[in-house]
Ligand binder design. Structure first.
Ligand SMILES: O=P(O)(O)OC[C@H]1O[C@](O)(CO)[C@@H](O)[C@@H]1O
Length: 243
């Protein structure tokens, strides 16, 4: 596990964008695993900036997103489909048919999750998976649980996640209660993992996830067992790790 400490959010975003664009330059038709949440927004902004300057080309890139709220349509501004178009896909030369987000409108959860898992497999797997980190240690929407979920599945969101994400909705009641998410096994199959995290509010969970025991109660702790993980974090997020 490599940990890069940056002075602030902006430097974290630039560093993460550097790693992602290096992947695109080395393998123009790579599969990028992408994430939502507020943390990666700066990373996407930086990629767009470099795209506008002609430094990075997305024309052959393929993407798979980690997760989607169950029940939200694509035109709902809180859906992760909408988020990805707003922050990245509509701003670079990626081909729409090369982008993939689980379809939250599919009512048959089992069928949609099996389709998504098979799709990732058929693309040859993920070259680099970008991750954020939830306050409770979730990655994708893999919430603390008794076991690590292996493949893409439907999850019940925890109260703490609903609470954390209600800021994007009119009220907590409007936050969907379920989501489709890649499993821990799906994430662990990615060739490389890049996790971005910032702010003092995540300092406790960073210390717990990456320096504590590996347990499904802290889903991100499994990343300690992946062979190619890079964490790019600002000083504040790393303020509680053992030195
Ligand atoms: O970056 P944020 O907004 O703190 O979110 C952290 C995590 O929570 C989620 O937004 C889901 O609740 C993930 O997509 C993200 O990785």
């Amino acid at each position: 596990m490599k940990i890069y400490e940056t002075k602030d959010y902006q430097e974290m975003s630039r560093q993460a964008a550097n790693i992602l664009s290096a992947q695109v330059i080395l393998k123009p038709d790579c599969v990028l695993g992408l994430a939502t949440g507020s943390t990666p927004i700066g990373t996407y902004d930086q990629l767009v900036d470099w795209y506008n300057k002609g430094d990075v080309d997305f024309s052959q890139v393929r993407t798979v997103n980690l997760d989607e709220y169950r029940g939200l349509t694509r035109d709902n501004d809180q859906s992760y489909y909408y988020f990805m178009h707003k922050h990245l896909f509509d701003r670079v030369n990626i081909k729409l048919e090369n982008t993939n987000v689980p379809d939250g409108t599919q009512e048959d959860a089992e069928k949609e999750c099996a389709r998504y898992e098979a799709l990732i497999e058929s693309m040859g797997g993920v070259d680099i998976q970008l991750l954020g980190l939830g306050h409770n240690g979730h990655i994708g929407f893999n919430e603390p649980a008794a076991d690590f979920a292996v493949t893409t599945h439907c999850v019940d969101l925890t109260e703490s996640t609903i609470e954390a994400n209600k800021r994007f909705f009119e009220s907590a009641d409007d936050v969907p209660r379920q989501a489709y998410t890649m499993g821990i096994g799906t994430i662990m199959k990615a060739k490389k993992i890049l996790l971005v995290v910032n702010g003092e509010g995540k300092a406790d969970i960073v210390a717990k996830a990456f320096f504590g025991p590996v347990t499904p109660e802290v889903p991100a702790s499994i990343l300690q067992l992946h062979r190619d993980v890079t964490i790019v974090a600002d000083k504040a997020a790393l303020s509680k790790i053992p030195r």
